[in-house]
Unconditional design. Structure first.
Length: 110
């Protein structure tokens, strides 16, 4: 797992061979990012399915309650298959755009 702290968010990307290994690594470090806006870039080469990504649902809900953002980057998933508050973007740029939109919503009190 690679971790890059950016000015407004933390980017976590996978280098593991399996989703199970990546998720285990993520959970071991998760508490370090409680107050960070997170973008989790899951390799498109890793064999993932909807059920795998739904494991992040609790974390996404906690981030929203904490007024921070959480976005998963994976072009192989259809974002319409997930709850509205669960952000999935096909590209890193679109994930950054989601972070910016959510920041504006928080400033406006939504």
């Amino acid at each position: 797992m690679h971790i890059k702290k950016k000015e407004t968010y933390t980017l976590i990307s996978s280098d593991e061979n399996s989703f199970a290994d990546f998720y285990k690594s993520f959970l071991s470090k998760e508490k370090e990012f409680v107050n960070d806006h997170l973008i989790v870039d899951i390799s498109n080469n890793m064999n993932t399915n909807k059920e795998d990504l739904l494991l992040f649902l609790v974390i996404a809900k906690q981030k929203k309650e904490n007024n921070t953002s959480f976005v998963i980057v994976n072009k192989n998933m259809n974002m319409d298959d997930f709850p509205e508050y669960f952000n999935i973007a096909p590209t890193l740029q679109e994930a950054k755009d989601i972070l910016e939109m959510e920041a504006m919503e928080r400033e406006l009190g939504f």
